[in-house]
Design a protein around this ligand. Structure first.
Ligand SMILES: Nc1ncnc2c1ncn2[C@@H]1O[C@H](COP(=O)(O)OP(=O)(O)OP(=O)(O)O)[C@@H](O)[C@H]1O
Ligand SMILES: [Mg+2]
Length: 207
C-alpha cells in the first residue's frame, strides 16, 4: 500500500499529513516507511529532531524514484510519500509509484486547484493505471468555513473524489511538527489526532 500526499502548491499540509498518517498507520502495529520526496527535506528534518521514529524515514527526491520506492515498499505494510512542491518530474514519479494519491487542498480563497498541474498529472496517470485511486483532502480548513457547493462541483468536474475527512487549521499540528512529535504524541486525545485517524481510515478503505 503506497499512499502519497501531493500538490504542486507549497504549504498545503503535505508533510504534516504524511508524518501523522504514517504515525497512525504505525501505531496499529504496521511496519511503515515514510519517503521524503522533497528536496527541502522537511520530513527528514522532523525525523532528525528525534532519537527514533515510529516508522522508517528515507529521503529520495529524484525523478526516477518510482521503481526504487516500489521495491522498498514491498518490505513494508504501508508506505507514505511526502511529495514536493514545484517539482513536476518528481511528482510524476510519486504518482506512478502510488496506489492512492491524496491531494491536500486549502478551501479558502479563490481556488484553481481543480485544474492545477498535479490534478492533470494524476488524470494522465489514471489513463495508464486504472487501479490508481485519488482524492482531494480539505486541509487547513479555517473554523466553520462552509464548503460551498462550488468546491464539490469543482472536484466532480475534475473527476476526483473529495474525501469526507477534513483537516482543520489547528495550532497543535504546527506545534507538534516543530517539536519533532507526531500529533499522537503531542495531543493524543485532541481533535487533530481524531482528524488524522478518520482521514487515514477513509484512505485505507479506498486502497
Ligand atoms: N492543519 C494545519 N493546521 C495548522 N498548521 C498547519 C496545518 N497543516 C500545515 N500546517 C503548517 O503549515 C506549514 C506548511 O505545512 P506543511 O509543511 O505540512 O505543508 P507542505 O505542503 O508540506 O509544504 P511544502 O510544499 O513546503 O512541502 C507548516 O508550518 C505547518 O506546521
Ligand atoms: Mg512538505
Amino acid at each position: 500500500m503506497i499512499i502519497s500526499f501531493l500538490n504542486q502548491k507549497g504549504g498545503v499540509g503535505k508533510t504534516t499529513l504524511s508524518i501523522n498518517v504514517a504515525a497512525w498507520l504505525a501505531s496499529q502495529g504496521r511496519k511503515v516507511l515514510l519517503v521524503d520526496a522533497d528536496k527541502q527535506g522537511s520530513a527528514t528534518t522532523w525525523a532528525s529532531l528525534r532519537d527514533e521514529t515510529p516508522f522508517q524515514v528515507i529521503s529520495m527526491a529524484r525523478e526516477n524514484l518510482a521503481k526504487d520506492v516500489m521495491r522498498l515498499a514491498a518490505d513494508f505494510a504501508a508506505t507514505v510519500i511526502d511529495g514536493p512542491p514545484h517539482a513536476e518530474g518528481i511528482a510524476r514519479a510519486c504518482i506512478i509509484a502510488s496506489d492512492f494519491v491524496a491531494l491536500p487542498i486549502e478551501p479558502s480563497g479563490l481556488s484553481t486547484w481543480a485544474s492545477d498541474l498535479t490534478v492533470r498529472q494524476v488524470q494522465e496517470a489514471q489513463a495508464y493505471k486504472e487501479t490508481l485511486k485519488c482524492g482531494f483532502v480539505v486541509s487547513r480548513k479555517i473554523g466553520n468555513t462552509v464548503l460551498g457547493r462550488e468546491i464539490r462541483t469543482m472536484a466532480a468536474d475534475a473527476g476526483i473524489q473529495l474525501l469526507d475527512a477534513e483537516v482543520e487549521q489547528r495550532v497543535a499540528y504546527a506545534e507538534s511538527l516543530t517539536m519533532g512529535k507526531t500529533i499522537f504524541e503531542w495531543s493524543p486525545t485532541g481533535t487533530a489526532a481524531k482528524e488524522i485517524m478518520t482521514l487515514t481510515d477513509e484512505i485505507i478503505r479506498h486502497v
